[in-house]
Design a protein around this ligand. Structure first.
Ligand code: ADP
Length: 219
């Protein structure tokens, strides 16, 4: 399956994408994780992205689209992919459509994770990520690791993202409303969108997501 996951920051896209990708045996492609990997390796792309990310702004399209296309050309995407955090505006959605059309493929669905804004703020404030793998995500209250500060999956050190500050979060939410929400309408016109609630326990949300994707696959 070829799926796009959308939802506000803090909706749990990364957490759900990690589990769903495993369940569906397709790669989880997160542009946020790709940027963070570039930042931790101090690549020129990482250095460019960091300034935008720390302020909660979008990294410019020419950088982001090129990076996403490169990733989509890797052979592991032949069986499908789960895109998390891309596309994030209409220009990116159109670039993705053009890229897929050139490859002779189409998206199977867009999963929209819905969550109220006050919940988003609580989730982000307590969020912790693994330094080894940004897809290993925890929350100090809602989804704590067995040992504080240590990743259950790989033993990596947990840390708080530099863009999970109050100011950056406010900007990210604004950017989500103005830039990203319009892509939901764009995909709705292609009949691709299923909206599910992202409230509840992680595995409850996963079950809702799996059910929604199965219903879509069954047509
Ligand atoms: P979240 O969805 O929780 O805000 P992500 O890890 O997906 O977190 O993204 C973090 C930051 O990375 C964004 O605020 C933005 O600066 C940058 N980023 C990620 N994906 C994109 C994208 N498709 N276009 C532009 N910037 C992006």
């Amino acid at each position: 399956m070829r799926i796009v996951l959308v939802g506000p920051p803090g909706a749990g896209k990364g957490t759900q994408a990690h589990v769903l990708a495993k369940t569906l045996s397709i790669p989880h492609i997160s542009t946020g994780d790709l940027f963070r990997a570039n930042i931790s390796q101090s690549t020129p792309l990482g250095l460019e992205a960091k300034g935008y990310m720390d302020k909660g702004q979008l990294v410019p399209d020419e950088v982001t689209i090129g990076m996403a296309k490169d990733r989509l050309l890797q052979p592991d995407t032949a069986q499908g992919f789960l895109l998390d955090g891309f596309p994030r505006n209409l220009a990116q959605a159109k670039a993705l459509d053009e890229h897929l059309a050139a490859e002779g493929i189409t998206l199977d669905g867009v999963l929209d994770l819905e969550v109220p804004e006050d919940e988003v703020v609580k989730r982000i404030a307590g969020r912790r990520l693994c330094r080894n793998n940004g897809a290993h995500v925890y929350h100090v209250d809602y989804n704590p690791p067995a040992v504080a500060g240590v990743c259950d999956e790989c033993g990596g050190e947990l840390y708080q993202r530099s863009d999970d500050t109050e100011d950056a979060v406010r900007t990210r939410l604004e950017v989500y409303h103005t830039e990203t929400e319009p892509i939901i309408e764009y995909y709705a016109q292609q009949n691709l969108v299923t909206t599910i609630s992202a409230l509840g326990k992680v595995d409850e949300v996963t079950q809702r997501a799996v059910d929604a994707l199965q219903a879509r696959a069954a047509g």
